[in-house]
Design a protein. Structure first.
Ligand code: PRT
Ligand code: ZN
Length: 286
């Protein structure tokens, strides 16, 4: 039988959708209809294992799976011997210290002698040692945010995304310990064939990510403004310029990065560009 790359993905939870969507965008067809534990992709040599996110780093370290999609927060907390190869652009959150909104605690140093509830004792322990803060860590596995209200802890260290959980529990963020998103981790002893499959998968993932970070822009410009407009549009090489039926006007096509988007659009408009169309890019191969 030909070798396949075994990939561990969260079975259900916040990373499931993003992981499956990314594989789909990479052109990998998977059916997980019957809620199977493992499934073979139809058109790419990978086999997907659906697991609890906490177990993924260990399974990848022990070569039960070859690679995995998992939150960087879990990778850091579990501290297994795996290679972290690529940020995946979803599952974004931060691991933060939070304190009661109207309590006596004001700053990190006030946590000396206090109790902090968390599911991340390793990362929190490192932080406290580094800052020379002598607080006790209470490890709990869920609903960390209620710990101060029920008198179990004075502060918490938990994942935050929108901040609404902190808000409804009358807590406020004090400090960010880690910014996290889903990452691709790999066993560090893959066979040559598995490495080749991984390279091919990484190439697809990077093409999808690049496309998401860029937009295709089409606009009309008076010919006497083409120089200035083209200088605002670096593109993949240089912009494409095509004459319009109306004399004295051209159509300009290019690619701009999401981060520059609003800034550039304003400048294009003020330099005479009209009929600007912004189109999402599906894949981008450089
Ligand atoms: O069953 P399994 O063990 O696989 O899942 P799980 O329940 O341990 O994990 P899950 O699905 O909750 O989270 C999986 C991963 O998603 C985490 O390890 C993070 O990498 C990522 N992630 C992104 C988050 C959040 N955002 C997030 N907001 N994980 C958890 N939360 C929780 C947080 O713990 C808190 O309870 O959401 C609440 C805060 O959210 P906001 O929006 O109110 O701030
Ligand atoms: Zn978990």
């Amino acid at each position: 039988m030909n070798e396949t790359l075994k990939i561990a993905v969260q079975k259900s939870g916040r990373l499931y959708e993003g992981s499956m969507k990314l594989l789909k965008e990479c052109g990998i067809e998977v059916s997980n209809g019957n809620n199977q534990l493992r499934v073979q992709a139809a058109n790419f040599p990978i086999e997907i294992f659906f697991l609890r996110d906490d177990d993924i780093p260990e399974y990848v370290q022990d070569a039960v799976a070859d690679i995995g999609f998992v939150g960087e927060n879990v990778v850091r907390e579990k501290n297994k011997k795996v290679d972290q190869l690529e940020n995946l652009g979803f599952g974004k959150c931060r691991l933060s210290l939070a304190i009661p909104k109207n309590g006596s605690l004001q700053k990190a140093e006030d946590l000396n002698g206090k109790r902090i509830a968390t599911s991340y004792p390793v990362i929190l322990g490192e932080y406290l040692r580094e800052k020379n803060i002598n607080a006790s860590i209470h490890e709990i596995s869920g609903s960390v945010e209620i710990a101060p209200r029920i008198g179990l802890a004075d502060a918490i260290c938990d994942l935050v995304s929108s901040g609404s959980t902190l808000f409804t529990n009358e807590l406020k963020e004090l400090e960010i310990l880690l910014r996290s998103e889903a990452v691709l981790i790999s066993n560090n002893n893959l066979t040559a064939t598995k490495k080749m499959i991984l390279e091919s998968l990484l190439f697809r993932i990077r093409s999808v990510k690049k496309a998401k970070n860029n937009k295709y822009v089409l606009l009309n410009a008076p010919n006497d403004k083409l120089d200035i407009i083209c200088s605002l549009l670096p593109g993949m090489r240089s912009p494409t310029i095509l004459p319009l039926a109306e004399t004295g006007w051209s159509s300009v096509h290019s690619v701009i990065s999401e981060s520059d988007f609003w800034n550039i659009i304003e400048k294009l408009k003020s330099n005479g560009a009209q009929g600007i169309l912004i189109i999402p890019i599906e894949k981008m191969i450089l």
